[in-house]
Design a protein around this ligand. Structure first.
Ligand SMILES: [Zn+2]
Length: 185
């Protein structure tokens, strides 16, 4: 684990809350707000030197549960292209090819101009060419069948999508909350 890794913060029941930088996690440890933790790979955060010239050190777990419950009812992750492209694995859901983020776009299945909502369930990753070709039509009208059904990520899935550098034990913990559609999409 390096300082670029983040610490997974959970509610006391084990539901993900957020990713924390080691510095933010250290504050929770010092304030005794951690109720339980997991992870053998602990990160050692080095502080300043004391009057004896010794550096202070604080060992941090990679997963920590804090007081209070996570918000699970009505959880609705904000929609943005970075998370959308990651949900769809950078694959255009019309032609099935993989692209770099710069070549992708957010396609509204029911076009916005026709009342389609800007929601996780109505958007898919599309390459610019397919998006342009589909234009203001539904997939049926354009005869461009979708390769997968779009969905709103649950809190575990959102947590996975929100971090590029997940440690193996963090991923193992989060995998319990991943749906089949997320694993196979
Ligand atoms: Zn395409």
């Amino acid at each position: 684990m390096t300082s670029r890794h983040l610490i997974l913060r959970l509610g006391h029941c084990g539901t993900p809350i957020q990713w924390l930088t080691p510095a933010c996690a250290a504050i929770l440890v010092v304030k005794s707000q951690v109720v339980w933790s997991l992870g053998d790979n602990t990160l050692t955060l080095r502080g300043g030197r004391n009057s004896n010239g010794q550096r202070s050190q604080l060992a941090l777990p990679t997963i920590m549960a804090t007081q209070g419950a996570a918000r699970t009812q009505g959880f609705s992750p904000a929609l943005n292209n970075a998370l959308l492209f990651r949900r769809d694995r950078f694959i255009c859901l019309y032609c099935g090819k993989r692209f770099a983020a710069g070549e992708l776009s957010r396609d509204h299945i029911m076009p916005r101009a026709r009342g389609g909502a800007d929601t996780w369930e109505n958007v898919v990753t599309a390459c610019k060419r397919c998006n342009h070709h589909k234009a203001c039509r539904t997939p049926e009208e354009a005869r461009m069948p979708l390769l997968a059904v779009p969905y709103k990520p649950n809190i575990f899935e959102f947590t996975v999508l929100a971090n590029h550098r997940i440690l193996a034990n963090q991923m193992a913990f989060l995998s319990r909350g991943l749906s089949e559609r997320f694993r196979t999409s």
